[in-house]
Design a protein around this ligand. Structure first.
Ligand code: GLN
Length: 489
């Protein structure tokens, strides 16, 4: 069952060829076998999941409809709150924290009949591009366990890629859904800012964060987005707009669509990635799309602007972890010392780096030179996107400049790590939707085509992804069986 997509499992569950409980046991068995190698999960809740699966089976047996995801095992990135289970954000400072409420996306999943099996590993507070910044050890890429899975939603991407669960949730502030999806050979969608509720997502950079799906194929992304999207009175930035029937839009194809390629921005792309990208865009031409060169003259400033703005917001958001309200407390002779010791012991090196940078760029005297200027760059980058997307229907570019890199290769050089996000952060600055779909492998490793569109145009992105996938089914490739102890069950 681990090879099947959610949309293939659902009819089997509905016509009772497959029981939710059996599917869950297979998922748990596979997790048990692969976890020692891959470490995708931080917490599991096998017993609660079994009870839920039995409830779903009883409903289905009785001929009732328990929802559009009924009986499907799902995994949550561990920065999403699920009542009664720890939410660590991959950080020691939240290690003892158990949230008293569910994130809105979690409530929506449960109302749709999905079964949460556990929480997945991530870079601490979602800051990173490799999942190596987790306080609980790195996750490994199932295509080559010597390589990173990408990040920060590395655990969720691996859980799907390795066939542990058909669906998972990630969050994307600067690429954290799309980049790990590309590195692991799965599909990932970062929705338009405001499409999906952030209530119960632990904030990293509130003006950039979005929750979104990681799945085996584009149809599953559409299915899951349909469940996640929609207005939430608990998040004032979540807009009240109708939610399209995304799966119904998938077969619209790309006939007659103009796809913009920012050629200047892609100069210097390594030859094999360039070849894979050309091959994917030519395949879309074969489906009836037209390629148009577009200019996004300020896109090269997106990365530096992002690495000012995201740490600035993070320094403010992370001020609440003070040893008083949540998680870890290291005692001291007075309150200030307690806070200092708690934060010194609780946060890892990358999180501290961002708090220091963010505090600096927001401080009196430097605010104008850094934070305000980066905000101006953000406006200019957004305008570039808007102008380009007035001339073309979608933009396409690789999701990442290189495929998955070896563990440890970039940990000593934060700037080198930040460059992993060069093609993804602009989308977050502009609040636009972005989809990553597998394209031809590069040096035997998965690679992703990124499709970017106008705000609220997720349906068109998904139709483009579906078109590529139907003529270039790279999403069906599986990680090497030989890598897994005991083989693939
Ligand atoms: N890699 C980027 C960063 O480190 C993006 C992370 C994310 O999207 N959460 O900030």
């Amino acid at each position: 069952m681990h090879r099947l997509a959610a949309h293939q499992l659902l009819p089997r569950l509905r016509d009772r060829q497959l029981r939710a409980r059996d599917l869950l046991e297979q998922a748990l068995g596979r997790i048990g076998r692969l976890e020692p190698t891959l470490h995708a999960f931080l917490h599991l809740q096998a017993d609660q999941a079994r009870a839920q699966a039995d409830r779903i089976d009883a409903e289905l047996d009785a001929g009732r409809d328990p929802g559009p995801l009924a009986g499907l095992p799902v995994a949550l990135k561990d920065n999403l709150c699920l009542q009664g289970m720890p939410t660590t954000c991959g950080s020691r400072i939240l290690e003892p924290f158990v949230p008293p409420y569910d994130a809105t996306v979690v409530r929506r999943l449960q109302a749709a009949g999905a079964i949460v099996v556990g929480k997945t590993n991530l870079d601490e507070f979602a800051m990173g591009s490799s999942t190596e910044n987790s306080a609980f050890g790195p996750t490994r890429n199932p295509w080559d366990p010597g390589r990173v899975p990408g990040g920060s939603s590395g655990g969720s991407a691996v859980a799907v890629a390795a066939g542990m669960v058909p669906l998972a949730l990630g969050s994307d502030t600067g690429g954290s859904i799309r980049q790990p999806a590309a590195f692991c050979g799965v599909c990932g969608l970062k929705p338009t800012y405001g499409r999906v509720s952030r209530h119960g997502l632990v904030a990293f950079a509130s003006s950039l964060d979005q929750v979104g799906p990681l799945a085996r194929d584009v149809r599953d992304c559409a299915l899951l987005l349909g469940v996640l999207a929609g207005h939430d009175p608990l998040d004032s930035t979540c807009e009240d707009r109708p939610v399209p029937d995304y799966p119904a839009l998938l077969e619209r194809g790309v006939e007659g669509l103009r796809l913009g390629i920012p050629r200047a921005f892609l100069q210097g792309l390594e030859p094999e990635m360039a070849t894979s990208f050309e091959e994917a865009t030519e395949a879309l031409v074969g489906c009836g799309a037209r390629l148009v060169d577009v200019d996004l003259p300020h896109l090269e400033y997106a990365l530096p602007a992002y690495y000012i703005l995201a740490p600035a917001e993070a320094s403010s958001n992370l001020a609440r972890f003070d040893g008083v309200r949540y998680g870890l407390r290291v005692s001291g002779p007075d309150v200030a010392a307690m806070m200092r010791r708690t934060r010194a012991a609780g946060f890892g090196a990358e999180v501290k780096r961002r708090i220091v940078l963010g505090t600096y760029t927001l401080s009196a005297g430097y605010h104008e030179a850094y934070y305000s200027r980066a905000q101006k760059v953000r406006s200019v980058v957004s305008r570039d996107f808007q102008e380009a997307l007035a001339r073309v229907d979608l933009l396409v570019l690789p999701t990442t400049p290189i495929p998955a890199f070896p563990l440890g290769e970039k940990t000593a050089d934060p700037l080198d790590m930040y460059l992993s996000d060069v093609y993804t952060v602009g989308v977050n600055l502009a609040g636009l939707p972005g989809l990553s779909v597998p394209m031809a492998p590069v040096r035997g490793l998965p690679a992703g085509l990124q499709v970017i569109g106008r705000a609220w145009d997720e349906g068109r992105l998904l139709a483009c992804g579906q078109a590529l996938q139907s003529v270039r089914p790279y999403h069906l490739a599986q990680p090497q069986a030989a890598l897994f102890d005991g083989g693939m069950a």
